[in-house]
Design a protein around this ligand. Structure first.
Ligand code: GDP
Length: 375
């Protein structure tokens, strides 16, 4: 370009550090985006919400994992981004007819082995599978039994499967809420089947039930209900019971146990879904029973999609989770309040020492909390 024709404009800028200066020449720019390296190495590079969404919708598991980490984070600045991602994923996931399957059973019932075998069968049938977990023990032990990296090796290496261990911090309600939000992210990323695994020994089955369409209970033969720690209520919420490890010497016993459970299921009142829960046998070793289980699950989804229960249940669950989120948020607001944080240990000590009645302590603390909100 002829410099003289640029006149004052060029002169003004010539001596400044301006993009209009003509450099002697620059190095060949890298052909790979240098920032990508950081993303791949999992460095804490903050992506924009659009970048997160783009990655999730493209099924990029690195970005999906990062987004889930945001959902699990306790930092308020992460929460704000996470909420936006969740809202966008919710809109996306509701376009797909996905299958959320809760899986429970006592430790040792063979859940991980079953999920590995059944999950691989599902992906071989063309499904994309996300495996999530709610593990109530993870908070106390920090080393989560459901987060063990050595579990599910085949599925871990299956490009059509995505495995995420249980979020570890927080109350069961908080952990469950995060898992529920993670379901939405996985569905938006194209996973049409989501397993939500839990250990059948406590409250967490109810949480899993409140976020799944179908509930599968794994049992083993040779142990009574009490021994297996399964409460009647959990049997009652099950859509299918499988007597697992039905192989070798155990096969015959498993069949007998199956008949017992099938009879027991008949005694329960009819389900709202119109589905008649049944009992089958399965083995992760011989793979027997797995195709039948998938067939039953497909039958269930066909039924509830036709009779409207699929949508009805999901709406009820959405409403349940609205209240759960409110409760969780109220609880956090209370416990994270400066006044409460300062006073709580003294009140607790006074109650422990018998100097103050628990209801009086709670009332006083609530009053102080309410007053702190007004100033
Ligand atoms: P989880 O605690 O419910 O997750 O149970 P695991 O999947 O860890 O299984 C507990 C034990 O049962 C392991 O030693 C497995 O090898 C064994 N197991 C699991 N599934 C089967 C099965 O289908 N048949 C047999 N024979 N053993 C199994």
């Amino acid at each position: 370009m002829d410099k003289t024709k640029q006149g004052d404009f060029f002169d003004d800028y010539e001596n400044h550090d301006s993009a209009l200066n003509i450099n002697e020449g620059v190095d060949q720019p890298p052909t790979i985006n240098p920032y990508l390296g950081n993303v791949l190495k999992n460095k804490p590079v903050q992506l924009t919400i659009d970048q997160y969404m783009e990655g999730i919708l493209a099924g990029d598991t690195t970005i999906l994992s990062k987004a889930i980490t945001l959902v699990e984070s306790h930092l308020p600045q992460h929460r704000a981004i996470a909420n936006e991602i969740i809202a966008r994923c919710q809109a996306e996931s509701s376009k797909h007819a996905t299958m959320r399957i809760g899986i429970t059973g006592v430790p040792g019932a063979g859940k991980s082995t079953f999920i590995e075998a059944f999950g691989s069968y599902l992906t071989s049938e063309g499904h994309k599978l996300a495996v999530l977990a709610i593990d109530p023990s993870s908070e106390k032990s920090k080393g989560s039994i459901l987060g063990d990296k050595t579990r599910m090796e085949t599925l871990c290496n299956d490009p059509k499967a995505f495995i995420r261990p249980s979020p570890s911090a927080g109350s069961l309600g908080g952990v469950a809420r995060k898992t529920r939000e993670t379901i939405l992210l996985c569905e938006a990323a194209g996973y049409d089947v989501v397993f939500i695994e839990t250990v059948g020994v406590g409250q967490s089955e109810t949480a899993v039930h409140s976020m799944s369409d179908f509930f599968l209970l794994l049992m083993i033969s040779g142990a009574g209900d009490d021994l297996q720690g399964i409460k009647r209520g959990i049997m009652e919420m099950s859509d299918l019971i499988t007597i697992n490890k039905a192989d070798g010497h155990n096969k015959e016993r498993a069949n007998m146990t199956r008949a017992l459970y099938a009879n027991a299921l008949h005694l329960f009142p009819p389900t709202e879904s119109g589905w008649v829960p049944t009992a089958v046998t399965s083995s992760a070793v011989t793979k027997e029973g797995l195709p039948e289980i998938l067939k039953l699950i497909e039958d269930y989804f066909k039924l509830v999609r036709e009779n409207g229960y699929y949508v009805k249940k999901r709406r009820e669950q959405a409403s349940y989770w609205m209240y759960e989120s409110i409760n969780e948020s109220l609880r956090n607001t209370f416990y994270e309040n400066e006044v409460v944080e300062k006073l709580l240990p003294d009140y607790e000590k006074a109650v422990l020492d018998g100097e103050l009645d628990s209801f009086a302590a709670a009332t006083e603390l609530m009053e102080k909390f309410n007053r702190s909100l007004k100033v």
